[in-house]
Design a protein around this ligand. Structure first.
Ligand code: BEZ
Ligand code: FE
Length: 294
């Protein structure tokens, strides 16, 4: 390296060292570790790509637009984390490694606190458009025992690929929660999920377009399972055969979560009703691990 270049490199390193040192007095040791590592990697990234000031301004503008489009119904920063694979990396780092445990996947931006409680077997579609889908299964512990009383939150999009919160107004549809029976079983009715694009009318959508990436997610239904003494599980079931299973915009697909939807054109549905048109059914068992599982 010429003396000129090594001088420039030294000046760059001096900036990084000064910023690292500015976190030396951070009282919380974890915050100190995380911030120092963030600075090291962020600065290394800027050096590696030789970040121009114009590009830095573009990045600030991107984040500003993400902030402006974010409100209590739209979360552009979650979307950004999702399309960068950071959400799924955090899931992979933190999910229990116990064999047999149901795998976790992205939470996504469409969970809503305060969804209605329903009884076992009830309809959570509440008028959401789509082919009826009867979902059932059992929640067990990793050693095979059924777990009763588990709170299962479920949410999904309608046949047009939209969640209730994406429509104007405050209608609740396609979401609800129930408790598993003493033998760990659960059942409910909803609509068969379809593949849909993640919201792509903001800066994250612009990024996907610039990168020639698809915004599509394969059809899925979200589950959150909560019960004392066990790790909360956030996962999906994906519908087998969906054309986007191999190219989920947010990298959330795991083979163990792909479930066959059985299609029916007649006969008695699991709730004893005789649907007028086509209906579907899926089964999905969940295996939870103890709170302290690694
Ligand atoms: C979802 O599945 O609801 C979702 C996940 C990540 C980004 C956008 C939507
Ligand atoms: Fe979703």
């Amino acid at each position: 390296m010429s003396p000129e270049h090594s001088g420039a490199a030294d000046r760059e390193q001096a900036v990084t060292d000064e910023v690292l040192a500015s976190f030396d007095q951070t009282a919380d040791p974890r915050l100190r570790e995380v911030m120092r590592s963030l600075v090291r990697h962020l600065h290394a990234f800027a050096r590696e790509v030789r970040l121009t000031e114009r590009e830095w301004e573009t990045a600030i503008d991107f984040l500003t637009r993400a902030g402006h489009i974010t409100d209590d119904r739209r979360q552009e920063f979650v979307l950004l984390s999702d399309v960068l694979g950071l959400s799924m990396l955090a899931v992979a780092i933190n999910e229990p490694k116990a064999p047999g445990a149901t795998q976790a996947t992205v939470f996504g931006p469409f969970f809503v606190d305060g969804a209605p409680e329903v009884a076992l077997g009830d309809d959570i579609a509440h008028g959401a458009a789509g082919t009826p889908c009867y979902v059932s299964g059992q929640v067990r512990s990793a050693d095979g025992f059924p777990i009763g009383g588990v709170r299962l939150d479920i949410w999904g999009a309608d046949e047009d690929g939209f969640y209730d919160v994406q429509y104007p107004g405050d209608r609740t549809a396609g979401r609800g929660w129930l408790r598993t029976a003493p033998d760990g079983t659960y059942r409910f009715r909803t609509v068969l999920p379809t593949s849909y694009p993640i919201p792509n009318d903001g800066p994250v959508g612009d990024l996907l377009t610039a990168a020639a990436r698809s915004p599509m997610r394969p059809a899925h239904l979200h589950f959150k399972a909560t019960t004392p003494g066990h790790r909360t599980l956030i996962t999906h079931i994906f519908v087998a055969g969906d054309p986007y299973l191999g190219c989920d915009a947010v990298f959330g697909v795991k083979d163990s979560l792909v479930v066959e939807a059985d299609h029916h054109t007649a006969g008695l549905a699991p709730d004893g009703s005789q649907p007028q048109g086509a209906w579907t059914s899926m089964t999905f068992d969940l295996v939870l691990v103890p709170d302290d599982a690694s």
